[in-house]
Design a protein around this ligand. Structure first.
Ligand code: ADP
Ligand code: ZN
Length: 439
């Protein structure tokens, strides 16, 4: 009989055993850290002695780290092994500034591949699948990270990389791709290309599973992708500083993402007070690597906002689940004194029939006041239809957005395929206001 779990021993650990393993692994990590110049100094400054760690909570005696910590100097100072033991380097996408760099040993690469294999297997990927990885290869972790995981399962891997839309579709058809890994905004955009080619992604391909991640997206977007492509779409969360993909992943129940707690220690904190929030309450995710040899990171502030589910999952895994990421703490923008997250806008837009595959939020200063304009691509058939219909759609969008964000935006409907669509993470907000430009 086919096994149900990739790594039953780890995936089915009961809660107490997960925590006992975490404590054991944390002790090992801290001991390793003593060999790195950065951590030696950090421990000294915090008068922290790794041998005295009695519980997971004792780790709170250490300060947080963040992107600035990593940016401020030679990444080799975090290493707990000689540089010659390092076999791979990856770097973040640089979405919010200078990219950060992470070094891996051969053992780290192996452990990472195991985690990604665990994620993919959990959703039903098997050695008989054809996996097309539509993420950028190279320093970005979405490419090689998934590539190694899929090969570990034994699937046939197409290292397609990102972009080149028509070729992506051709590859899917030529090799009978069953599983894709794709940035959600790009998957949405690709629907337009399918349409132009006169193809229906659901009936003209063999796709059955999509992994979507690397950027915040809403449940509405997921549902739309599932319907249009005829797939199950699973949310995949990761960040370069914690390897990349394979940190948290949805199981078949699609109710939150399991954080692999044998490998990562999760804290959820209030980003202002820097104290833990109660279970179920939203906060910033803070992660510690528990199984990384070359370059461990302790109490890393991700800037990603989510909550941890208080209840265990129906799938039997006791690894805690986090919600969909609402956005980064710095994604929030303020219009006329109101705090808004781009995902609030997306949730409204993609819930409305007639809205197409792309949108963008543009902020300007007009007569010293904030102006928020939402540019929305219209679905293909509607664009060529009646003006009256378009007007009705525009009014509905304005009204629903106003109810959600409490600000009345200008809404501009545009032709399908005309808004900028990159191959990487979508840039949802263009802030051209005076102070944003620094004038
Ligand atoms: P950068 O931080 O420069 O974007 P990365 O490529 O390492 O570089 O991206 C990691 C970040 O991408 C995460 O911290 C998070 O903000 C975002 N991200 C990754 N996966 C998801 C996801 N499934 N949902 C929402 N955001 C995600
Ligand atoms: Zn589950």
């Amino acid at each position: 009989m086919e096994r149900e779990f990739w790594n039953p021993e780890m995936e089915l650990l009961p809660r107490e055993e997960i925590e006992a393993l975490q404590l054991r692994r944390l002790r090992e990590v801290l001991q390793r850290c003593d060999r790195s110049p950065f951590y030696r100094e950090l421990f000294r400054e915090a008068s922290f002695s790794p041998e005295k760690l009695n519980s997971l909570a004792d780790l709170r005696a250490l300060p947080f780290t963040d992107k600035e910590t990593l940016r401020g100097g030679d990444p080799a100072r975090f290493l707990t092994v000689p540089l010659e033991d390092i076999v791979r380097v990856h770097s973040s996408s640089g979405t919010t500034g200078q990219a950060t760099v992470v070094f891996h040993t051969a053992r780290d690469i192996d452990a990472w591949a195991e985690l990604v294999a665990r994620c993919m297997y959990m959703t039903g990927v098997r050695s008989t699948d054809v996996f097309q990885n539509m993420m950028g290869y190279g320093l970005f972790t979405g490419g090689l990270g998934f590539h190694y995981g899929a090969e570990r399962i034994g699937a046939l891997v197409i290292p397609a990389g990102s972009g080149n839309s028509r070729r992506q579709i051709q590859l899917m058809r030529d090799f009978h791709t069953t599983v894709i890994h794709v940035i959600p905004s790009y998957a949405l955009y690709l629907l337009e290309v399918f349409r132009e080619m006169g193809l229906d992604p659901a009936s003209d391909t063999d796709l059955r599973i999509a992994f979507i991640g690397a950027e915040p997206h809403t449940e509405s977007l997921r549902r739309r992708l599932e319907e249009s492509y005829g797939v199950k779409a699973y949310n995949s969360y990761g960040l370069t500083e914690m390897n990349g993909p394979g940190v948290a992943f949805e199981c078949p129940f699609q109710e939150g993402m399991h954080v692999w707690e044998d490998s990562f220690l999760l804290e959820v904190i209030d980003p202002e007070r820097l104290e833990p929030v109660p279970p179920g309450e939203e906060g910033e995710l803070v992660l510690t690597t528990l199984n990384r040899e070359g370059m461990p990171l302790l109490r890393y502030r991700t800037r990603d906002l989510a909550f941890a589910y208080p209840e265990p999952c129906r799938c039997g895994r006791a690894h805690r689940r986090i919600s969909r990421i609402k956005g980064r703490t710095d994604d929030m923008f303020i219009v006329k004194g109101v705090n808004i997250f781009p995902m609030q806008v997306e949730r409204v837009l993609l819930g409305i029939l007639g809205v197409g595959s792309n949108y963008q939020i543009v902020l300007d200063t007009v007569e010293s006041r904030d102006e928020m304009r939402v540019m929305v691509e219209v679905a293909g058939d509607l664009w060529h239809g009646e003006v009256r219909e378009l007007n009705r759609l525009r009014k509905r969008i304005v009204e629903e957005l106003r109810q959600e964000i409490l600000v009345t935006p200008l809404v501009e409907l545009v032709e399908p395929g005309t808004l900028p669509a990159g191959e990487g993470k979508a840039v949802r907000v263009m802030d051209r206001r005076e102070y944003a430009r620094g004038d």
